[in-house]
Design a binder for this molecule. Structure first.
Ligand SMILES: [Ca+2]
Ligand SMILES: [Ca+2]
Length: 166
């Protein structure tokens, strides 16, 4: 009698364990970045843009978010439409309210102008990014080239997140 009861319990526990493991490991998202129509905040030619990538997990009703840096692009000198080569890998965990904050900056770092200018900022829920990515799939093939995110602070350009499938 006891044996019969025990067996389904073990099965249930082990499948729950597999589910937890899958959630803990998440899914590796790979992407590249580009930007269009960035503001020009240099006097001697176009801006020299680079991006700092931050992530946070925001609980319901939480106001404060601890942003953690998980990447930075190289600097693309003298362009308002940079295309960065780096492939970023992000550990996505479905439904955990992960957020991205991307800051686009202009490298200045000169004696006259020691602080890098802000070229724009964008925040996004990673679940929304995944939703856009998945809803763009048709007949099993990926049609989407990139997801466009409009920049604020200052308003103007846009950041393009291009998924990388390998
Ligand atoms: Ca500048
Ligand atoms: Ca500059």
């Amino acid at each position: 009698m006891f044996r019969f009861l025990l067996f389904p319990t073990i099965l249930a526990v082990s499948s729950f364990g597999v589910l937890c493991l899958a959630q803990l490991n998440g899914e590796a998202l790979k992407f590249k970045l580009a930007a269009v129509n960035l503001p020009n905040l240099d006097l001697d030619g176009p801006s020299d843009p680079y991006v700092k990538l931050y992530t946070a997990t925001q609980g319901q009703g939480e106001r404060h978010t601890d942003w953690q840096k998980f990447g930075q692009t190289s600097v693309k000198p003298n362009t308002l439409n940079p295309v960065w080569d780096e492939v970023f890998v992000y550990r996505y965990m479905n439904g955990t309210n992960q957020r991205w904050r991307f800051l686009v900056k202009d490298l200045d770092n000169t004696w006259l102008n020691p602080i890098d200018d802000h070229l724009g900022r964008v925040e996004m829920n990673v679940d929304d990014y995944m939703f856009q990515l998945k809803s763009s799939k048709q007949n099993g093939t990926q049609n989407l080239k990139y997801i466009q995110m409009f920049l604020t602070h200052p308003i103007g350009g846009a950041l393009l997140v291009t998924p990388v499938f390998e």
